[in-house]
Design a protein around this ligand. Structure first.
Ligand code: NAD
Length: 292
């Protein structure tokens, strides 16, 4: 039988491997014969992984330490961990959902990956509208800052840290969707691909927090289109495992929406569009509030 996915013996790093989509991804990779390194602040209980490494992705030193425990050569990176922002402030949410991925991909992976390597993130359809100028103007200074400290400094120079953690979620996902495309340009000359999966609402460890943020179960389900149910973690693991495999060797810079056509129907005008967040308007609003 041909091993189409080609993960056998490959070193794969999965963040967020303790729960939800990250756990489902780690399980699938183990089944496909990969050496899986699971980074999470909660214990990763996946039979057959090479190593669980306790990591706090909101701390640069913890990330450095974790990568010190992983073989020098990494084949595939799966940036999946994330928080909703309902239990963390804006800056911490952004460190976990955006800055940790940026730091790993800019400061660690360039010397650890070679041609044929692959990087994929789980971002979100909550980051739809990433291409709008009003959003770009707000997130670009952070995305384009240098290093961990530079990104945190750029964030702290704005009014964003005054916002609740729950707004750190769409902010980070808008930025991650842009960043995926920016990063593929950096990695393309090295023959390394970069992609992202943008899930719709999924039944994971974050379900209760997203249900509360949406205003109840019915509201959450109203964004599931014809599926009329939340996705399962496995249904996000499968596309991200595909994107990082040689099966997707001509796919890079792809933002793969896995939301049962919800976004596509909105774009086509077949469904009522959900207005994407406008970060510029949000910032203008808090500026006005501060002047009162
Ligand atoms: N569940 C959804 O409806 C949904 C929709 C769109 C996008 N997402 C995104 O999917 C990704 C995976 O989340 P999930 O839904 O599977 O939730 P989950 O809570 O089941 O898994 C997230 C994992 O990230 C880990 N994590 C969180 N903060 C961490 C930190 N500081 N350091 C180390 N590990 C940390 C958690 O311990 C957990 O194991 C996230 O990026 C999330 O934003 C989720």
């Amino acid at each position: 039988m041909k091993d189409y996915f080609g993960y056998s013996g490959k070193v794969c790093v999965v963040t967020g491997a303790a729960s939800g989509m990250g756990k489902a991804t780690a399980e699938m990779l183990v089944d496909l014969g990969a050496q899986v390194y699971g980074l999470d602040w909660a214990e990763v209980k996946v039979e057959g992984i090479a190593k669980y490494i306790h990591t706090d992705l909101s701390q640069k030193d913890s990330i450095d330490q974790a990568f010190g425990e992983i073989p020098a050569h990494i084949d595939s990176f799966f940036g999946i961990a994330g928080v909703s922002g309902s239990k963390t402030d804006f800056v911490t949410t952004t460190k976990i959902d955006l800055i940790s991925n940026k730091y790993i991909c800019e400061e660690i992976l360039p010397s650890r990956m070679s041609e044929g390597g692959s990087i994929a993130f789980i971002t979100s359809t909550g980051g739809n509208g990433w291409e709008k100028e009003g959003n770009k103007n707000v997130y670009l200074p952070i995305v384009q800052a240098n290093g961990w400290d530079g990104a945190v400094e750029a964030l702290n120079k704005t009014l964003l840290p005054h916002l609740p953690g729950t707004l750190g979620y769409p902010f980070s996902k808008l930025a991650m969707n842009y960043y995926t495309i920016q990063l593929q340009a950096t990695y393309a000359p090295k023959g390394i691909r970069v992609n992202a999966v943008l899930p719709g609402s999924t039944d994971t460890g974050l379900k209760d927090e997203f249900t509360a943020m949406a205003g109840g179960e019915e509201a959450l389900l109203s964004h599931t289109g014809y599926a009329k149910r939340l996705a399962e973690s496995r249904e996000m693991a499968e596309p991200i495992v595909f994107l990082n495999s040689p099966m997707a060797s001509y796919i890079s810079g792809e933002l793969l929406r896995v939301d049962y056509a919800c976004t596509a129907e909105e774009v086509a005008g077949l469904a009522q569009p959900v207005q994407p967040i406008d970060l510029t308007a949000v910032l203008e609003h808090i500026q006005k509030m501060g002047q009162k």
